[in-house]
Design a protein around this ligand. Sequence first.
Ligand SMILES: C[S@@+](CC[C@H](N)C(=O)[O-])C[C@H]1O[C@@H](n2cnc3c(N)ncnc32)[C@H](O)[C@@H]1O
Length: 208
Amino acid sequence: MRLRKKPHTDEKLQAFADFVTQGDVQPIAKDPARELFVELGTGKGDFITQIAERNPQINFIGLEVEATCVLAAARKVRERQLTNVRLIVFDINRIAEIFSPHEIDRLYINFCDPWPKKRHAKRRLTHARFLEMYKTILKPDGEIHFKTDNRPLFDFSLEQFALMGMSVRDVTNDLHAAEPADNIRTEYETKFSAAGVPINFCRATFGA
Ligand SMILES: C[S@@+](CC[C@H](N)C(=O)[O-])C[C@H]1O[C@@H](n2cnc3c(N)ncnc32)[C@H](O)[C@@H]1O
């Protein structure tokens, strides 16, 4: 998904500078006493705002490359008066530059772009190339929670997790058949579910 940047998005983001950063890598104020959960490809923020509201004791960071999406997410954060969310306009390809080794407790990958062409496989956020990066910043027992509507991407991802020696749990090809009470639907999840597309889910860890 590539949104065209609306005029003045950057200036509008300035109004949220207390919890939004953009452009070059900037230091992130982190609190080592709290767990840190990071969402990759936050989109317009439905997921991160809901999960942050339900878990005020956990810090959340959303990474999203499209400034227009970050602006929409920022408005939701402010509306809900959340103090445990930071949003960064950022390309996940550079994720290892902004986190210290093994500081993240959990990564959420929700409905990432499937990049269906084989020659683009390395761009998938669950490709081993990315998993290598996540391994350096996730705690040894940290988890990746992965959801997608795209079955070929899901099967590919399970292969990549196995290739990396990861343990995988709670694998399902139809999450909504018995939807866990704590499941939070993302924008894409709501859309696909309404269209009758089953949602795949699993959680994976480099630990046991
Ligand atoms: C298909 S949308 C899903 C949005 C949201 N997670 C959801 O489930 O509704 C994928 C999102 O990932 C973002 N994205 C894709 N590649 C990215 C990258 N390399 N770095 C940061 N964000 C990226 C896109 O801009 C888009 O907002």
